[in-house]
Design a protein around this ligand. Structure first.
Ligand code: GDP
Length: 684
């Protein structure tokens, strides 16, 4: 208890919030992880060579034009390099919206002053637009390729064609009542609503463009000039010409008033995770009787009759894999008030890395423990995964937990056994940083389907248990706060080639929102691309927001540059990529003290990256956070410390105080989790 009070009394002034304490198994006498380091290393994938070929650019003219543009000027080697560098910078700002020829001229005229060149291109673009307006359609045609190109681009960028959205996988018949901008043939623009909004409404939408925190993208600077041509009143600032949406309201509509919740299922091998969730899905009607019968027959034939329900999830996993649009093992189901994305970590061998990826994207977790005698103990004590998983999810930011005390049928639904498990686990979970009120214990039988979607009627249970069934508990989790108002951030969990000209990435949107046609910056490699399509639960959508697991189709970038762990962000408010940062860490139960130069595996969001502890800056007082020792020689279990970490390759992260989700990480060594930390300073 004393230790617990210490944790609570910790001064989290700048880095931690009161309800966001870290795992603290510091006095445990056992190593918390059973896995090996090799098992754990799943760092950024190597791309098959087929992926290395440069993807066909969206605009075929570019390469030819590029060499022509440059070679038509007599430049020295140094000047050519300067020009290339300026063009690269300009492309980052302007995207693909301005032809290379125009940019080259501007750079040369400005004598390689990139800022001046940018200004002149932007001024030129808006001049062009003004002239076009003055001279009407005929004049517009005469203005040549630049203008035509811009119009085409802008039209395709700003007028999303699809307006359908999905509610739990079903297509909505009608679109949103949202205004959008149409650029008409004659170059005049009118703000129209898809359902006939009044002029007043249209104004309101422009107002929203000013208020909405969504930053204006570089390419939209050009769009804004376009808009100023078309609207009689000049646009004050480079507002979004794109369809404007009130994301919060649209989210409400899309989800039918339901909250989105990402749920990860964790627990020791064979605790019954797959059976429990498979049976739950079956009872919810996600698997028809015939399919279930097939699983029963097949699993019987394979001599694994008891695995029939577990096959429900495996089958779903396979389907997802074949569909190549979402992460493996994601299933969706609904409760009364929530839409749940269930993340299942299939396969035992890679369980911990998978679990970390899942947990990094989860809002809440179900911890499944086996109530059978000896089995709970095996999972909970030395070498078991129950403790490690508990600590990991908490360190990754999960604060609410449902513990399914499973296989209760094996212990005749005994209240004493249930209580014994609750008290053992409760103590540990408290130490790990879970608030008592945020942990619920549900007696279940995954195999028998008892107490899963309806309260059990069995007298063995009802005589002592009056609490919720598992589904009710899932429904009563508090909805997480979505950072819709913050700049866009998505951490890549998978990358693959699609059939078209671009490629796809999947991941959870951690902050902000995104629309088809947006430009995004990838960090690393610090390059921009365009969002050609967004899919949510395999359905195409126009936009998606924080909390959504999406698949994005991207163009204008080479797939080879993107790895798992890259962060896509808004180019105006980019995330920083660095190899050196400072952090406050809490050291778990370690046997070997940490010294300067200590090698670790840094687990951050979906990435695991080799890193070194470059400096030990200070040891902090556990309760007050004050520095108790500067430049310590080593760090031992249970200590709080300020350290500097160096990664081998750049990773994109944020300060914990700005973006919690992108500012926390874990350190592992030799197959054990040795510390959890938060980023306090990004160096370089
Ligand atoms: P996982 O490794 O945690 O996903 O566990 P599985 O779902 O694969 O289950 C492991 C074994 O435990 C299988 O043989 C299941 O049939 C069995 N099992 C799962 N839940 C229960 C339960 O509630 N009662 C009993 N008696 N067996 C169960």
């Amino acid at each position: 208890m004393a230790r617990h009070r210490n944790v609570r009394g910790y001064n989290y002034d700048e880095d931690f919030e009161e309800d966001d304490l870290y795992g603290h198994s510091v006095e445990d006498d056992y190593c918390i992880s059973p896995s090996t380091a090799a098992q754990f290393i799943y760092s950024r994938r190597d791309k098959p060579s087929a992926f290395t070929e440069t993807l066909e650019e969206e605009y075929g003219y570019e390469d030819k034009e590029h060499s022509n543009c440059i070679s038509s000027h007599e430049l020295t080697g140094v000047e050519k390099a300067q020009l290339e560098s300026c063009l690269k910078h300009m492309r980052e700002v302007l995207g693909e919206s301005v032809p290379e020829k125009v940019m080259v001229e501007a750079v040369l005229n400005s004598k390689f002053n990139v800022q001046q060149a940018l200004d002149s291109v932007l001024a030129q673009t808006s001049n062009q637009n003004m002239k076009t307006k003055d001279t009407g359609i005929a004049g517009k045609a005469a203005k040549g390729k630049v203008r035509d190109f811009q119009t085409t681009r802008i039209e395709s960028d700003i007028v999303p064609k699809v307006t359908k959205m999905t509610v739990s996988g079903k297509k909505q018949a009608t679109g949103f009542e949202v205004p959008c901008v149409t650029v008409e043939e004659n170059g005049h623009s009118t703000l129209i609503s898809q359902k006939g909004l009044s002029a007043g409404d249209a104004d309101a939408s422009l107002g929203a463009a000013e208020i909405l925190p969504k930053p204006t993208l570089p390419s939209q600077t050009v769009q804004a000039s376009e808009e100023s041509t078309l609207a009689p009143t000049p646009v004050k600032r480079s507002g979004k010409a794109k369809q404007q949406i009130d994301v919060k309201a649209e989210l409400e509509k899309r989800q039918g008033g339901k909250h989105l919740l990402n749920l990860v299922v964790i627990g020791h091998v064979d605790a019954g995770k797959s059976t429990l969730m498979g049976h739950l899905l079956y009872l919810l009607g996600h698997v028809n009787k015939r399919t279930m019968h097939k699983y029963e027959q097949e699993s019987k034939k394979a001599g694994k009759a008891s695995f029939a329900y577990a096959w429900v999830l495996d089958e779903t996993g396979e389907e997802r894999e074949r569909g190549v649009t979402m992460d493996v093992g994601m299933t969706k189901f609904e409760t009364k008030t929530k839409i749940i994305t269930l993340m299942d970590a299939p396969g035992h061998k890679d369980f911990i890395p998978n679990m970390i990826t899942g947990a990094a994207q989860a809002d809440v977790a179900i911890l499944v423990v086996d109530a059978s005698r000896g089995e709970f103990e095996a999972g909970f004590e030395t070498g078991g995964q129950t403790r490690e998983h508990g600590l990991l999810v908490r360190s990754l930011g999960v604060t609410q937990l449902a513990v399914a005390v499973n296989k209760m049928d094996q212990v005749s639904w005994q209240q004493e056994r249930f209580q014994e498990i609750v008290s053992k686990l409760g103590q540990f979970l408290k130490q790990a940083g879970f608030k008592e009120s945020d942990v619920a214990y549900i007696p279940t039988s995954g195999l028998g389907g008892e107490n899963l979607v309806t309260r059990s009627q069995s007298s063995e249970l009802t005589k002592w248990y009056e609490g919720k069934c598992l589904l009710e508990q899932i429904d009563s989790f508090k909805p997480p706060q979505r950072s819709v108002d913050k700049p866009f951030r998505l951490c890549v969990s998978d990358v693959f080639k699609d059939q078209g000209s671009g490629f796809c990435v999947t991941g959870k949107i951690e902050a902000g929102y995104i629309q088809v046609g947006d430009r995004l910056l990838a960090m690393p490699p610090n390059e921009t691309c365009t969002v050609k399509g967004i899919a949510l639960h395999d359905e195409p959508v126009d936009w998606a927001a924080a909390g959504d697991h999406v698949s994005l189709t991207l163009t204008g970038m080479d797939i080879i540059k993107i790895n798992v762990g890259c962060v896509f962000c808004c180019p105006k408010e980019p995330i920083k990529a660095c190899t050196r940062f400072r952090a406050r860490i809490l050291i778990f139960n370690i046997e070997v003290p940490i010294t300067k130069g200590f090698p670790v595996l840094l687990h951050f969001q979906t990435v695991s990256e080799p890193a070194t502890i470059r400096r030990l800056l200070s040891i902090l007082h556990k309760s007050t956070g004050e520095v108790t020792k500067k430049k310590p020689k080593c760090l031992t279990k249970g200590q709080n410390a300020l350290i500097e970490l160096q990664t081998q390759r750049p990773i994109a992260l944020e300060l914990y105080k700005d973006f919690k989700e992108l500012g926390r990480f874990m350190l592992r060594y030799g197959g054990s989790t040795i510390a959890a930390g938060v980023v306090t300073e990004i160096k370089e």
